[in-house]
Design a protein around this ligand. Sequence first.
Ligand SMILES: [Mg+2]
Length: 233
Amino acid sequence: MAGGGQFEVIGFDADDTLWRNEDSFQAAELMFAEIVAPYSPEGIAVLDVLHATEADNIPISGYGVKAFALSMIQAAVTATGGRVPASVIGSLVDHAHQMLMHPVELLDGVPETLSTVGQTNRLVLITKGDLVHQTRKVRTSGLEHHFEHIKVVLDKDVASYRGVLAEWDIDPSTFLMVGNSLRSDILPIVELGGHGVHVPYHTTWEHEVVHDHNGGFAELAQIGDLPTWLADS
Ligand SMILES: [Mg+2]
């Protein structure tokens, strides 16, 4: 099988590419709305307040559950004019702790796919978010041994990918990135002269949604289709 011979290294995103992630944030938002809305004035959309707070805080606190927890607390106070009780704040903090400790749930076909493509290509993992939580997820996922390098980055933009690939001595033109986010996983790599395979997750965080792009990448319905795509490409 000549599969994937044109790609020296294949990089994988982690959240919503190898394991479930966004579902837990959406569940947390529903919980937030349910317990905060009763204390907010009529006509205040508490989820809009949360989303705006999250967007404002990304440059300050970055991505991940801990940043999200701070945004939930801030938004709960803002959306209720300070009337939210301490018991509700306690529930938000407890929920965030549960999210941090929740076991990793792998997506279908992930271990098999990594085993297969790992026979023909070098594999690396590039994920963004909270260093402690992401590291814990990688360690407990049972997938760590598939990857030659693992990196948790602050943000996944052209500059950060350029830095990581240079550090690992990988020529972008021989690099293929696989991920669920066009904004974070695919478009920056294509801009660098690399290659992308977009595997959409069933839901995408609003912040990651991109409507305008020039293509230049492939799209697969599921990660399990990757070995066949590599063999045919
Ligand atoms: Mg992702």
